[in-house]
Ligand binder design. Sequence first.
Ligand SMILES: [Fe+2]
Ligand SMILES: [Fe+2]
Length: 170
Amino acid sequence: MNKKMVSAINEQINWELYSSYLYFSMAAYFDSVNLKGFSSWMRVQAMEELTHVKRFYDFLSARGGRVIMAAIQAPPTEWKSPLNVFEETLKHEQHVTSRINDLVDLSLTLKDHATNSFLKWFVDEQVEEEESVDEALQSLKLNKNNPGGLFMIDKELGQRVFVPPVDVTL
Ligand SMILES: [Fe+2]
Ligand SMILES: [Fe+2]
């Protein structure tokens, strides 16, 4: 595997770990303001990010690349409001999408078809990620001036469960 691709995937592993770390931090924020449903949603999100780490890890390993674990940046710990958390989450996912797109571009430049094919799963996944975050963000915006609305959304988000993907084991 090309050295540039190996280090780009290692950087992405770090980003997926940071994503998980960020979502656990958001879960802790929601716990601190007693929004258990929001917290549970974020914990599911954090677990999903760990499965992304595992996908990149296994792929890199299978291609003979060396996995390197670098320091993970500390995430923020406080937010202004639940709405603010979801605004930041959408921004974060959009950033991750642009990083995945950069990886795809690199695989094309290097004519690395195996990596290009592997990355397609992540291209599709990012569409879903942005969609589900935006959905929660929109209902928070709609209920901005309705105090009961927040508890309704909390209940709704609390229903999300972590489903381990069949093709990834942790
Ligand atoms: Fe991810
Ligand atoms: Fe994500």
